[in-house]
Structures are given as structure tokens and as C-alpha cells.
Ligand binder design. Structure first.
Ligand SMILES: [Zn+2]
Length: 688
């Protein structure tokens, strides 16, 4: 008889297995006596930090600021995490590292895609036998300082820094990937919400990556399923069939429809409700999970079977939100298992699993906080904050574990909960925000401050774990603003005649549409369109020879279009009160230089406090109206705001050599700190 378990495992190793290559062991010592720790708090805002230091609420930050210094840290164009952390790692501007925004567009099709990685699905022989692993390639250019320093013998530990997935080979170092490490569905975090009080109308995928499903109870038992990853075998078959178009036969069409039905791998799930006890038991993946309202379950392993040979392993947490008169069940995005991910998530590839064996399960999903369910109204503030603390703690414990391991000369660890809490809870700190709610504010108005205090406490903990003489830098990649009103930049471009659309405005775009097959720009007449907006504040010209249907000539025509558009954008007014909306417009050649300049948008729009590019503009849509109140809980932001007013933070354990540090200065500072020469291609300058 075949040993099925073993065969499956072997197949997995062929097809998807995290590289089993021997993990490089690092020297216990190096020739360096310097020790440097860099802590990152994504989105920590210099004004808020200063305000709470002055109020005596952040004693550790105060001590460090008094002893060394606290400075605004210039961010990048645009002021977004992927762009700024890429500049942090490489010391160069986006023109040299190629990460301009969270989205990129394909100049042949104008289609948007996530801007950090390129994905290649696995391949299967006869639609069955795995012949190649899935691959993920980073599109980031430049060289990280941990690689440059590593080549010179500096030992590093690099932990959950954004834009470190897929993991790089770090000489003499270890690296645990951060953003954009996806969930099992390949998204930024698909959450699941099952409820008895959900109408048929509400079922489906939400704007911000949730799967909502109605539970139909029979004798207090509901049979349902959890949607897992797309099946790459089915996708491969579908692609082959679709490629025949327009010569599709009726038989082909039937087959396509049948395949689409099973495109996603589904796990059967049974929800058993004990109404009297107000509890539930969920049967999934061979386990029975007993749930009490308000208590997050332990991590549950989920195995998705692609076929006889291949399985994909994930883990999730369940939360029974309500079980009295109705039942509501939340299931977290399915994280890749640290010890058995579909592709490597660390360097060496065994590192993530070693951490798992030592610390237990930890979130691998790059976007580790539950922003999407809160934004969609499927989670309350209380639960969101509890979960956010756990996300913070997950990363904090990894950083402390590696500090204590003492196998590094430089250690870099980034926590992003500071960013997420500001995105979601800003509205309760700003009584001018349309989503301000006095009752909620009374309870959660201090949420952001609480997380800054948690950060302060964590820094104190880190200091206790460090050997005397260790230097410390604390860095944030950008600041924050209130987002009270959303601006439809594309609609404005249409109104001003720069973009031409025909017919009806198509349906609203969803973030989830980025992950497969959706249509974008359906109604845009490219033969008459000169400029289009996508991402957070990027305006691209429809350039002849670059875009497939480009009509604007580079040179004089593009230059005058840039001048004209920039000037007009600055006159944009809020129809409600005449307020200025655009604070600055940056032209490509003024802010970027380098080998990837050709991928940059012609203009980068910098909004005033209170205004942000609408989600629909980010995805290329042009719904009616230019300015409208932001009625989402996602209420604070930074992307698309003016570079000049969106600086991050630098706290240094010793004085720096000037007053205008930039996030590009960190990499050269580290290189110089270890006595290494700074490559001429680096844009930043050493601060010490
Ligand atoms: Zn952010």
C-alpha cells in the first residue's frame, strides 16, 4: 500500500517546499566590536511623538531624545511604506530602487498590479505532476545595507522590514520577511465572516478583501466552507482554454465554467451552535474547535489539498463574535505556516521554522493587523485593538528573541501596528472628521496614544536587553494626517479634458480585484486620454511609445503638459468651502533619478491635510463627483499627502551631524558605522 502521507510530503517538497538547502551557519563572532540596533515603527508621526513626549507620556523616547536627538526624518516621493522602506534599506531614491507606490501599471494593458513583486505560479505536467515551484520575484532595485555590510563580514538580523519578501540572501545574516508576504490566498489578508444574520445580498467579497457568508442553520448546525487558495492546476487549465479565445467551442465554454467552479480550493466546515450555552463548535480540517464569544481561538492548522501530490499549509484563528440570538463568526486571514510555507519566507529558509519551534505560532502575514474587517464593519473597535496588541507582541517577541541570541552586529526590526492604528482610529482623535463619534471617542479616542506608549515600553524593554555601548536608531518611514475627504483625481482629469471616458461609469473596483481577472479602465478612451491617475497621487501621461495606446509625445509636449497640469492641480478647490486641496505637485525629473526613472509617474500630487486620493482613484476608477466625505473607518493616511508635511521620525542614541536627515541616510550611516566605504550610487549621507 502506498504511504500516502509520505508521498504527499515528497510531492510538496518538489512542488512548493520551502528550500531544504542547508542553512548557512553564521560565525558566533565577527571582527566588529560595534553593535547597532535599528527599530522601525511604521508611520510614527513626529508631531504626535513630540506632543506626547512633552506631556510626559513617553519617558523612554524622552530619555533617548535628551541623550541623543529627536528629528523629523524626510520621507520619500511618494510618502508610502513600500517606497520609504525600500529607500531605508538601499539608501537611494525610488528612481534607483523602482518602488514608487503600492501599485504599478502594465504599460501594455494599463492594468494595475501590486507594486513590490512579480509572481509566477507553479507548473504541473499533465495538469497533475508538479514540475516547478511557485516563484516570487522582487522588483526592488538597489542593494540593501545588510547585504553590502554582510559581504564585508558584518552579521545582521533583519526582522519583518517592509519590502523584504521574497527574502534576500543575506551574507552573514538572517532575515524574516515582512510586507508584502501574503496570506494563503495570495492577498494582503482575506478575512472571513460567517453569520446567520447576513442577507443573501451582503454575501460575497467585500471592497477590502473579506469573504462574507450566510450561515443557514438546520437543527443549529450549518454546513459551509472556507475558501482557500486558488488551485494552480485549475488555473493552468483555465489559462490554456482561455488562450484559445476567440476560437472557443461550446465544449470549451462548458469546461471553463466547470473549472471556474473549482478555481478556489475549499475546506468544508461545520458550525454547531449551542444556543443555550451561547457557544459554538467549529469542525474544520479534522479538528473540533470549541469557541466562546469574544475569545480568539488558538492557531488552527489548515491544509489545502491541490492534488494527490501537493498540499499548501496555513494557520488561522477563529473568533466567535456573537452566539445569542444570532451567530457571528470571524476567521482571520490564513497565514502561511512558518515551518512549512509555500515558498521561503526567511533567510536561511529554516530560520522562520526555527523561530516557530522556539516561540510557537506567530503571524507571518505581512499586513498583520485586522484593518479590513474593522473598515467593513465586521469587527468592532474593542476586538480590533485587542488583535492589534497581539500583532505588536508577535513582532516584539521575535525582535527580543533575536536580540538575546547575540549573533548580530546590526539588528533591524520593524513593527507596523503604529501605522495600522493610525489608519483606523484617527477619526476618534479628530472631532472634525466625518466619522468622529463622541461616544466611541470616549472609549477609544486614546487608541493611538496607547500604541505609542506600547512602543515606548517596548523600546525600554529592548534597552534592558542590550549590552552597554550598543547604539540605537529609531526610525519611522512617514508621518500621518487626518483623511476627512476623498478626492477623485481621475474624475477631475475627465472634467478638465485630460481623460476621456465613454458611456456609463463601470462598477466600483475592489482591492480584491487586483488578485485576479477583473477589468479596469473599461470605459476609458485611450486614443483621446492624455493623463491618468493610479495609486496614491501618481499621475501618468499616456505616452507614445511607452503606453500601448499612448498619444502624448515625450519632450516638449510632455513638458508643457506637466507644467499645465501641475499649475491647474494647484487651483483645485473644495466646492464646499473653497479650501485648497493640492498643496504641491512634484515633477518626475525634479524628485527622481536613476535607472528606473522610466517607470515613474510624470507627476506626484501632494495633498493638503484632510484630503486624500479616493480608493477608486487609486484603482483607476472615475466615479461621479470630485470631493466627498470619507465615511470609512480608515480615517488617517499618508500616501498621496505632500512629501514636505509627511516626514517620519528619527531618534538617535547619539547626536547626528545635521538637522535635515532623510530616510535615505540610514543605509550609509550603517555602512560608515562599520567602517565600510559608501558606494557612489547611494543618495543618502552618513548621519554620524
Ligand atoms: Zn500606512
Amino acid at each position: 500500500m502506498l504511504n500516502r502521507g509520505r508521498l504527499t510530503a515528497a510531492g510538496l517538497a518538489i512542488a512548493l517546499g520551502a528550500s531544504l538547502a542547508a542553512c548557512g551557519s553564521r560565525p558566533k563572532t565577527s571582527g566588529f566590536t560595534q553593535k547597532l540596533v535599528i527599530l522601525g515603527f511604521d508611520g510614527m508621526d513626529p508631531d504626535l511623538l513630540k506632543q506626547w513626549i512633552d506631556a510626559g507620556r513617553l519617558p523612554t523616547f524622552k530619555k533617548l531624545a535628551d541623550g541623543g536627538g529627536l528629528y523629523p526624518l524626510a520621507t520619500t516621493h511618494s510618502p508610502e511604506s513600500p517606497t520609504a522602506w525600500a529607500s531605508f534599506a538601499t539608501g537611494v531614491n525610488a528612481g534607483k530602487h523602482n518602488i514608487y507606490d503600492f501599485l504599478v501599471r502594465d504599460t501594455a494593458t494599463y492594468l494595475p498590479d501590486l507594486g513590490m513583486v512579480r509572481r509566477e505560479p507553479p507548473k504541473f505536467l499533465f495538469n497533475y505532476i508538479p514540475t516547478s515551484k511557485p516563484k516570487v520575484h522582487s522588483i526592488r532595485g538597489g542593494t540593501s545595507f545588510w547585504v553590502t555590510a554582510g559581504q564585508a563580514g558584518v552579521r545582521s538580523s533583519v526582522l519583518t522590514v517592509p519590502v523584504t519578501f521574497p527574502p534576500e540572501e543575506v551574507p552573514n545574516g538572517e532575515l524574516l520577511s515582512g510586507l508584502p508576504l501574503p496570506d494563503i490566498r495570495g492577498t494582503m489578508g482575506t478575512f472571513y465572516y460567517f453569520a446567520t444574520d447576513l442577507s443573501r445580498y451582503e454575501e460575497g467579497n467585500t471592497e477590502f478583501g473579506g469573504v462574507l457568508k450566510r450561515l443557514v442553520m438546520e437543527n443549529d448546525t450549518a454546513r459551509t466552507e472556507l475558501i482557500g487558495p486558488p488551485n494552480p492546476v485549475v488555473r493552468q487549465q483555465l489559462e490554456k482554454l482561455r488562450a484559445k479565445s476567440p476560437a472557443l467551442t461550446d465544449e470549451d465554454r462548458k469546461q471553463i465554467a466547470a473549472l471556474e467552479e473549482k478555481e478556489d480550493i475549499r475546506l468544508p466546515m461545520i458550525v454547531r451552535w449551542d444556543r443555550a450555552a451561547k457557544t459554538a463548535v467549529v469542525d474544520i480540517n479534522g479538528e473540533s474547535v470549541a469557541l466562546e464569544p469574544g475569545k480568539m481561538s488558538r492557531w488552527i492548522n489548515l491544509d489545502f489539498r491541490i492534488n494527490f501530490f501537493v498540499r499548501v499549509h496555513g494557520m488561522t484563528q477563529l473568533l466567535l463574535m456573537k452566539a445569542d440570538n444570532e451567530l457571528q463568526l470571524y476567521i482571520s486571514p490564513v497565514n502561511w505556516k512558518p515551518d512549512n510555507p509555500p515558498v521561503a519566507i526567511s533567510h536561511p529558509s529554516s530560520f522562520a521554522g526555527d523561530l516557530f519551534r522556539r516561540l510557537g505560532p506567530y503571524r507571518t502575514l505581512g499586513w498583520a493587523e485586522a484593518t479590513w474587517p474593522l473598515n467593513e464593519g465586521r469587527m468592532d473597535e474593542e476586538t480590533f485593538m485587542e488583535d492589534l496588541y497581539k500583532a505588536f507582541d508577535d513582532r516584539a517577541q521575535v525582535i527580543l528573541d533575536r536580540i538575546d541570541a547575540r549573533q548580530w552586529d546590526v539588528l533591524v526590526g520593524v513593527i507596523e501596528s503604529t501605522d495600522r492604528v493610525q489608519h483606523m482610529m484617527w477619526r476618534l482623535m479628530d472631532d472634525r472628521h466625518p466619522m468622529y463619534d463622541a461616544a466611541l471617542a470616549a472609549k477609544h479616542g486614546g487608541a493611538i496614544e496607547t500604541i505609542y506608549r506600547r512602543a515606548d515600553q517596548f523600546v525600554a524593554e529592548v534597552l534592558e536587553h542590550l549590552e552597554p555601548g550598543t547604539d540605537l536608531l529609531i526610525v519611522s518611514d512617514h508621518g500621518f494626517h487626518s483623511w476627512r475627504k476623498a478626492v477623485n483625481l481621475n474624475t477631475w482629469l475627465v472634467q478638465q479634458g485630460y481623460m476621456v471616458i465613454q458611456g456609463q461609469q463601470p462598477g466600483e473596483k475592489k482591492l480584491d480585484d487586483l488578485f485576479g481577472g477583473a477589468e479596469f479602465w473599461e470605459n476609458v478612451d485611450w486614443t483621446k486620454t492624455r493623463a491618468y491617475a493610479m495609486g496614491l497621487g501618481q499621475i501618468y501621461f499616456n505616452l507614445r511609445g511607452r503606453e500601448a495606446k499612448g498619444i502624448v509625445s515625450s519632450g516638449a509636449e510632455a513638458t508643457s503638459l506637466a507644467d499645465e497640469l501641475a499649475a491647474r492641480l494647484l487651483t483645485m478647490q473644495d466646492p464646499e468651502d473653497g479650501s485648497r486641496i493640492v498643496r504641491a505637485v512634484y515633477k518626475r525629473d525634479d524628485v527622481y533619478s536613476g535607472e528606473f526613472l522610466g517607470n515613474a509617474a510624470e507627476l506626484q500630487v501632494g495633498m493638503e491635510e484632510g484630503y486624500r486620493v479616493s480608493w477608486q482613484t487609486a484603482l483607476g476608477g472615475s466615479p461621479p463627483g470630485i470631493v466627498y466625505p470619507n465615511m470609512k473607518k480608515w480615517s488617517g493616511d499618508h500616501g498621496g499627502y505632500d512629501f514636505a508635511t509627511t516626514a517620519g521620525v528619527l531618534v538617535s542614541s547619539k547626536r547626528i551631524n545635521r538637522n535635515d536627515p532623510s530616510i535615505m541616510d540610514i543605509a550609509p550611516t550603517v555602512l560608515k558605522y562599520f567602517g565600510l566605504s559608501i558606494p557612489g550610487t547611494i543618495d543618502g549621507k552618513s548621519l554620524w
